[in-house]
Design a protein around this ligand. Structure first.
Ligand code: AMP
Length: 208
């Protein structure tokens, strides 16, 4: 499927490997996807596309998408695929054609991965590396409760945190299999400090 043909024009002003340019972060709530995503964006000059942040912004600004997403988000459930596609896919296509992207929170299900892959592949902007940020609930729950105290997030109450972790665990295995079969999956231990996670991730990216 990937063939051996050379890619199109390299990203502007860069000699980094292609692998560093179109990244996907997969991780449970509290695994540090947001922090890592921002750092990768700064490091590699790619766009950080965070589905949850985009959705929360829509809810806060009471847009049509926000109104349709709010109820599911408040319960810690996934919003409908069509809403996420509407919000995220155009950004992926644009960023993929320029300096690249780091996706955070999309795709989250096998269906989203398949649909996303078909559309991005046909535009030559598909993910080149999927990074699992791996951590156990006993590390994640205290982090999330701490964040709930410090940030005013509609989806960080204890009940909703549990629901979000359950949803993640239900959806993640097929998603991981999908990227594993494409030979694109790497795993990073996300239970350490942000600095430790960053060092491990940089080592992986720099070795590819
Ligand atoms: P996050 O900040 O990534 O944990 O996402 C917060 C919430 O946004 C999730 O609990 C879902 O309700 C919704 N959400 C984020 N990404 C997606 C997605 N790819 N598909 C469906 N719902 C999503």
């Amino acid at each position: 499927m990937n063939g051996g043909e050379p890619d199109g024009d390299p990203p502007q002003g860069s000699e980094e490997s292609e692998n560093a340019r179109r990244l996907l972060l997969i991780g449970p709530p509290g695994s540090g996807k947001g922090t890592v995503g921002q750092r990768l964006a700064e490091q590699y000059g790619v766009e950080h596309i965070a589905a949850g942040d985009l959705l929360r912004h829509q809810v806060e600004t009471k847009s049509d998408i926000g109104r349709r997403a709010a109820e599911s988000m408040q319960r810690g459930e996934l919003v409908s695929d069509s809403l996420v596609y509407e919000l995220v896919l155009p950004r992926i296509l644009v960023a993929g054609k320029t300096n690249g992207y780091v996706l955070d929170g999309f795709p989250r299900t096998l269906v989203q991965a398949e649909v996303g892959r078909a559309i991005t592949d046909s535009n030559d902007v598909a993910v080149t590396l999927a990074i699992l940020l791996d951590a156990e609930p006993d590390v994640l729950i205290p982090r999330l409760l701490d964040r709930a105290r410090n940030e005013d997030r509609i989806d960080d109450t204890p009940e909703v945190i549990r629901a979000r972790l359950d949803v993640f665990n239900e959806e993640v295995e097929p998603l991981l299999d999908f990227y594993r079969e494409l030979g694109l999956l790497v795993t990073v231990d996300a239970s350490g400090s942000p600095e430790e996670v960053w060092v491990e991730l940089r080592a992986i990216l720099d070795s590819r």
